[in-house]
Design a protein around this ligand. Structure first.
Ligand code: NAD
Length: 363
């Protein structure tokens, strides 16, 4: 059976890093007979330049018909002066809402070879591998009513509403438990159930859902403690599941534990594990076109796609091991370079991963 992947390179370094991920996917698809089929499309500034909109109907039709989407990055100075409704970033939001991608997976992985890149002590973070599952389409970022009103005494008051329905909590909880089953079988649900009724319901529903997954150990933690534990002893976590705003904050903190933005992939999934996969970094206009960007976050996003949408665990494992192999061989792009290693460009790093991958496939 073929697996249809729509590839949206986007802007800035997007096309450069996507080219390397495609090299890697091509090798696993051919050698492991995965039947991956690629179709490219336009999003962000690249789409605006052709169609006058960052998420044109052609792309909407393509992503709806796809099994998975691999995206580079969007945005850049060229489009910053545009009206907010047609800015490149709107394309990304449009894609998430069109496909109902409510489950955002943000791993924080620190390869032992890069332990020096973190601001934390190497022994605290070396080998770190945690997954933050953030609810992406509900909570306080979307709750109504919201706004700024004028009170009777003439003072202004800003207000937002934290809302979650049981079904919204249930589906993100299922997503987290299923992911934990593919990892180390531990879920920590993060809330503020001692203060916020909405997250008291969150805790109840996650606990109920947890009964369906007896092979996964569930724990709960208040968000303030979770923030502290993430920088104190992050390796205690496997999967963290939390609401939109808490996840926004905690996932950035967790990403920074690794100190290397060019290494971190992400996924956004719907209820059927259809997903959009992209590096967490942006389009890096400052280095676009120079062939120096780190393609590893995008290559690792492709591995996540194989793991979570296509259930091709062995292929995903092999790609991740090949990334580790390229690092072991001493190859580093400029963003992760340190003395004693070999500085390479985007394409050379992709080639190094391909070489490690072929080596493992032909062992
Ligand atoms: P950025 O992530 O693009 O860049 C931040 C810094 O990290 C830059 O110095 C950049 O050179 C470096 N960097 C990023 N990715 C790298 C890589 N793979 N290899 C080496 N270095 C890398 O963030 P920014 O500068 O704040 O934003 C630039 C543009 O990207 C903006 O238009 C922003 O809106 C957009 N953006 C898009 C996304 C997305 O597409 N998901 C996410 C964030 C920002």
């Amino acid at each position: 059976m073929t697996k249809k992947i729509v590839v949206l390179p986007g802007d800035g370094i997007g096309p450069e890093i996507i080219a390397e991920a495609l090299k890697v996917l091509d090798v696993v698809s051919t050698e492991m007979k995965l039947g991956l089929v690629f179709e490219s499309g336009l999003i962000g500034g690249a789409a605006y330049d052709v169609y006058g909109t960052p998420f044109p109907q052609q792309t909407i039709d393509q992503v709806k018909a796809a099994d998975a989407i691999l995206l580079g990055a969007v945005g850049g100075p060229k489009w910053e002066g545009l009206d907010i409704s047609v800015r490149p970033e709107k394309g990304l939001l449009g894609l998430r809402s069109t496909l109902g991608l409510f489950s955002n997976l943000r791993p924080a992985i620190l390869y032992p070879q890069l332990a020096d890149a973190s601001t934390l002590k190497p022994e605290v973070v070396s080998g770190l591998d945690i997954m933050i599952v953030r609810e992406l389409t509900g909570g306080i970022y979307f709750g109504q009513p919201r706004g700024v009103r004028v009170l009777e005494n003439g003072e202004k008051q800003g207000f937002n509403t934290l809302v979650y329905t049981e079904s919204e909590i249930r589906r993100i909880a299922h997503s987290a438990f299923r992911i934990a089953q593919k990892r180390n079988h531990k879920v920590c649900s993060v809330d503020k159930a001692n203060v916020l009724e909405c997250t008291e319901l969150w805790r109840q529903v996650v606990t109920e859902v947890g009964k369906d997954y007896p092979d996964v150990a569930l724990s709960h933690m208040y968000v303030d403690n979770a923030a502290m534990q993430l920088v104190r002893a992050p390796k205690q976590f496997d999967v963290l599941v939390t609401s939109n705003m808490f996840g926004d904050i905690l996932s950035d903190a967790a990403a920074m534990l690794t100190g290397s933005i060019g290494m971190l992939p992400s996924a956004s999934l719907d209820a059927n594990n259809k997903g959009m996969y992209e590096p967490i970094h942006g389009s890096a206009p400052d280095i676009a076109g120079q062939g120096v960007a780190n393609p590893l976050a995008t290559i690792l996003s492709a591995a996540m796609m194989l793991r979570y949408t296509f259930n091709e665990i062995e292929a995903a494992d092999r790609i991740e091991a090949a990334v580790s192999g390229a690092l072991d061989a001493g190859f580093r792009t400029a963003d992760i370079y340190s003395e004693g290693t070999q500085k390479v460009g985007t394409a050379q790093m992709g080639d190094a991963v391909v070489a490690a991958l072929k080596g493992s496939l032909h062992e």
